[in-house]
Design a protein. Sequence first.
Length: 352
Amino acid sequence: MMLSSVKMAVTTAVSVIALSVGAANAAETITFMTFSGYYPPKIFEEFEAATGIHVDLTEVATNEEGMGKLMASNGTGFDAIIFSSPFVTALQKLDMLSEIDHSKIPNMKNLYPEAEKLAFDPGLKYSVPYAWGTFGICYRDDMLKKKPVSWNDLLKPDDEMKGKFTLVPDERWFLEPAQLVSGLSINDVSEQALEKIRPLLIEAKKNALAFDNFTMGSRLVSGEIVAAATWEAWCTMAMRDGGGDNLKYVIPKEGTDTFVDGFVIPKKAEHKEAAEKFINFILEADHHAWMTTQLLYKIPNKAAMDSVDPELIKKYPPLQMSAQDLLKNEILSDLGPDAPRVSKFVTEIMSQ
């Protein structure tokens, strides 16, 4: 009887210890959601080696997909997420984001002062910027007699461009070229504005080879297309990966937006402290610089950008735009209750 009691006590103690260890291990795992390939390949291993915290990765193709996953889980299941600026604003309005505790992420000191002035999140109350840049036209300089200088070169293409360019399927950047050539704000999605740009988008869609936000670079390198509406880093990566001097990037004369992708921590994150440690780890200059040295993105981390080889920046002109100049462009804002109407409009165009 006594022996049985001892055995029972030992068994109970072992069970409690096992449960405690399991709980501890669970607490040392964060779930991070971001775009495919949008991170240093060994960063998770390095973070775990440095902190003991494991990272479970969820990859998505678009902001819309990431938002769908977060909403489907009612805001649970994720500890750190990368979203573009309009989605940061949308989540903030829905009261689904934790406020950023700057004292817990001391490497935020590495950011450019301009990062604190971003219109969608002044003071960085709800987000930590990860990458920024512009949207423009990447083109084959050696295959075009007429070099693109305007968004109209894609919206109203001539014969050498027809059927040989791509657009992006992301709703806001699909609309942007037509908005800009029409003299509209990129945040004007009134019914009047959408009807004004509808003919432009229908013609562009009819003449484009495809909607592509991932393989346009390889298509340009191979010569399958001669131009693509794309983000600057995709163009510079294509330059590096075989395009060389034959590829050029231009911000059309009508202008562009400054895109900003940043970390957010959901309000229902179960491991907020670990997520803060992860973001802080990324913001170390030698870690964050990878976004520039390997993916050729401009980043809002001054310490990291200052560490990049000046020859690399000289080689790829899109990397040379200053933080001050980036702030001169409009930034896409959240559409709020207009979002479903805009999605319906874009679907109508793309289905024609």
